[in-house]
Write a protein that binds this ligand. Structure first.
Ligand SMILES: Cc1cc2nc3c(=O)[nH]c(=O)nc-3n(C[C@H](O)[C@H](O)[C@H](O)COP(=O)(O)OP(=O)(O)OC[C@H]3O[C@@H](n4cnc5c(N)ncnc54)[C@H](O)[C@@H]3O)c2cc1C
Ligand code: SF4
Length: 596
């Protein structure tokens, strides 16, 4: 029998005892559902948002002038600006006259297409220290609009403490997770070029994106400086995936840059087509949307999880569901919130939080330093087709790789960048002038400009944490998160270095520098949250073990970025999925043996 996707919520059986309930359907939840369903387990996937068919709503190829507002949101919608994160007090959307207030990502182009993917800050407030928190409440979560940079971590990250003495090592090494990275690459597709760098391991790459002329020139310059510029390692299938009928290969339309993100033919990975549909096809998946989970329920006698309680996001009716195992995958900060919300006589500080580390060791990437310039030899040259690709370039980490390095900060950073002719020449926004002369200048410079911005590791410090705010609740009456999170001296020094070496590389390539920035952007800007329920061998200083299983509650797992011990400077999503798959294989095996 053909079962319709998406299912109707009224058809979901909430009385069944499921093998596993997964909370959240983004990169982590989608992978958990896929991995467990392919093991033959009956899985209930609960997602707070609705299902949105992005094949129909993203309109990747629509030209700005085909849209009544050139792609902009309706006038009663408002995206927070960079400055508002600093001068407004939290919750940011309080007293706003706008109908819907969103995070800053909706301040980019073509935001009308993603306006229903990101959360309404009015319904989802948070408090405490300033933080640009970007959330997506919809099936697939943030993978519907992510930036596609798919990188691996290495033992420079997993064993970072051994190198510089700071923080904790992960309880795993690269060799433990390598085969899972390979499996993620093969299942979902990643484009890239092998560089053989021990600190940025290569993957099972599909066809790489082509570097533009200025990028290739920079690559050659950096080689002489012992630094590596590699084509953007995009979580995009450039060769196609024979095993997935929901995704097309990349047609090189370059359209993933035009809106906030996303690809309406799903060449770029997103959880709904990459993981949830394939999980659905096993016949083992049940999905319930509009299910805002607010508690993991517990058996008072055994201390084991019995399932979860949720509120229907639209009707506000409460439900309970039962499962043999619970997997939290609501994203780093929302999973921390769920752990802290699940208080009981046995778990007074939140479920599985006897260590007191839940919510702590919160880390991410610091952004801000950037450099923009142009390659004089390309000014005035005829246009070339450069933007038909899902990304530009990545400069791999080069600082503090040597244990004896003498820099005044710990860890490292990488740069993301791009150059060349695009459908919409981004440099037009910064080109001075007016009228005819201005237009000429934009055309002359169109293919010559190049820019890049840094992403640096924020150290995982215990004092950087989130907790529950006792006074403020969200639209569903659930206590919200309160941030106590700040960049420190290491991030400040790292950013100074980032700004300096960014310019240094452009100068070495003989690019004319148009502008450069050295300030740190608001905490949260990178949208790469990690920590808050870190893994470790010691139950006194960690929340979960290497399989993301709670030390205190054997049938409870958290499979998103919250278990990461440090942030590395590489983007997290590929690691989230590799670790989640590994944990689900372990879980399935333990269930077979009757150990969970
Ligand atoms: C614009 C943008 C660019 C990015 N670029 C990159 C990049 O280039 N490379 C990279 O590696 N990463 C990037 N990221 C980050 C990447 O999207 C995340 O790392 C990834 O999506 C995390 O997966 P997740 O499953 O933990 O969280 P999410 O994808 O956010 O999914 C969490 C899901 O849980 C649901 N949920 C939350 N709370 C509840 C609840 N109480 N009950 C039920 N469901 C709940 C949410 O609705 C959501 O669907 C980017 C993100 C954005 C927004
Ligand atoms: S360039 Fe590729 S990934 Fe990007 S929108 Fe086009 S087809 Fe999709």
């Amino acid at each position: 029998m053909l079962v319709q996707f998406p299912p109707s919520n009224s058809e979901v059986d909430l009385t069944t005892m499921y093998d596993a309930v997964v909370v959240g359907s983004g990169a982590a939840g989608g992978m958990a559902a896929y991995a467990l369903c392919t093991h033959g387990l009956k899985v209930l996937l609960l997602e707070a948002g609705k299902y949105e068919d992005t094949s129909k709503t993203l309109h990747s190829m629509e030209w700005p002038y085909d849209h009544p507002r050139r792609g902009r949101m309706p006038p009663d919608y408002k995206a927070l600006s960079a400055a508002e994160y600093s001068f407004r007090s939290l919750p940011y959307a309080q007293n706003s006259p706008y109908k819907k207030v969103t995070s800053y990502v909706q301040g980019w182009g073509g935001t009308d297409y993603s306006k229903d993917i990101v959360v309404d800050e009015k319904q989802n407030p948070y408090t405490g220290t300033k933080y640009a928190w970007v959330r997506a409440r919809v099936v697939g979560g943030k993978t519907n609009i992510w930036g596609r940079l798919a990188l691996r971590l290495s033992d420079y990250d997993f064993k970072a403490r051994d190198r510089d003495g700071f923080g904790e090592n992960w309880p795993i090494s690269y060799s433990d997770v390598e085969s899972y990275y390979d499996r993620v690459d093969e299942l979902l597709g990643v484009s890239g070029f092998p560089e053989n760098l021990p600190w940025l391991p290569d993957g099972k790459f599909q066809r790489p994106v082509k570097l533009s002329y200025a990028e290739l020139h920079l690559r050659n310059t950096l080689k002489q400086m012992n630094r590596t510029l590699t084509p953007y390692r995009a979580g995009v299938t450039t060769d196609g995936l024979k095993h997935n009928r929901y995704r097309s290969r990349c047609y090189g339309r370059g359209a993933c840059h035009r809106h906030v993100g996303g690809c309406d033919i799903h060449a770029a990975f997103d959880s709904p087509t990459g993981l949830i549909r394939p999980a659905w096809d096993t016949g083992n998946l049940t999905m319930r949307t509009n299910a805002t989970v607010h508690e993991v329920t517990v058996d008072k006698n055994t201390g084991k999880a019995t399932g979860v309680a949720f509120i229907d996001s639209q009707t506000h009716v409460s439900y309970n569901v039962k499962a043999k195992v619970v997997l939290l995958a609501a994203s780093t900060l929302e999973s921390a919130r769920l752990i802290l919300l699940s208080k009981s006589g046995i778990y007074p500080n939140g479920i599985g939080n006897s260590s007191g580390h839940a919510g702590h060791n919160f880390c991410e990437h610091v952004m801000g330093p950037s450099v923009a310039g142009f390659m004089p030899a390309l000014v005035g040259k005829s246009r070339t087709l450069d933007d038909g690709r899902p990304g530009g370039f990545y400069v791999a980490r080069y600082q503090n790789l040597d244990k004896n390095s003498k820099s005044d900060f710990l860890r490292g950073y990488g740069f993301e960048g791009g150059s060349g002719c695009g459908m919409i020449p981004g440099s037009a926004y910064d080109t001075p002038g007016f009228g005819e002369e201005y237009k000429k200048n934009v055309r002359r410079m169109a293919g010559a400009t190049i820019d890049m911005g840094g992403f640096g590791e924020v150290l995982a410090r215990y004092e950087n944490e989130v907790s529950l705010d006792p006074n403020i609740k969200d639209a569903w009456g659930i206590p919200v998160l309160r941030f106590n999170y700040k960049f420190g001296e290491n991030e400040r020094k790292m950013c100074e270095d980032m700004a300096r070496t960014g310019r240094e590389m452009f100068e070495a390539a003989k690019f004319e520098i148009l502008s450069s920035a050295s300030n740190m952007l608001t905490e949260g800007w990178s949208i790469h949250e990690m920590g808050t329920a870190r893994m470790g061998n010691d139950p006194k200083t960690s929340v979960v073990n290497q399989y993301q299983q709670f030390h205190d509650v054997k049938n409870l797992f958290v499979v998103d970025g919250s278990t990461h011990v440090n942030a590395s400077c590489q983007n997290p999503t590929w690691t989230i999925m590799a670790l989640c798959w590994r944990s689900c294989d372990y879980l399935a095996d333990q269930m077979k043996k009757g150990e969970v």
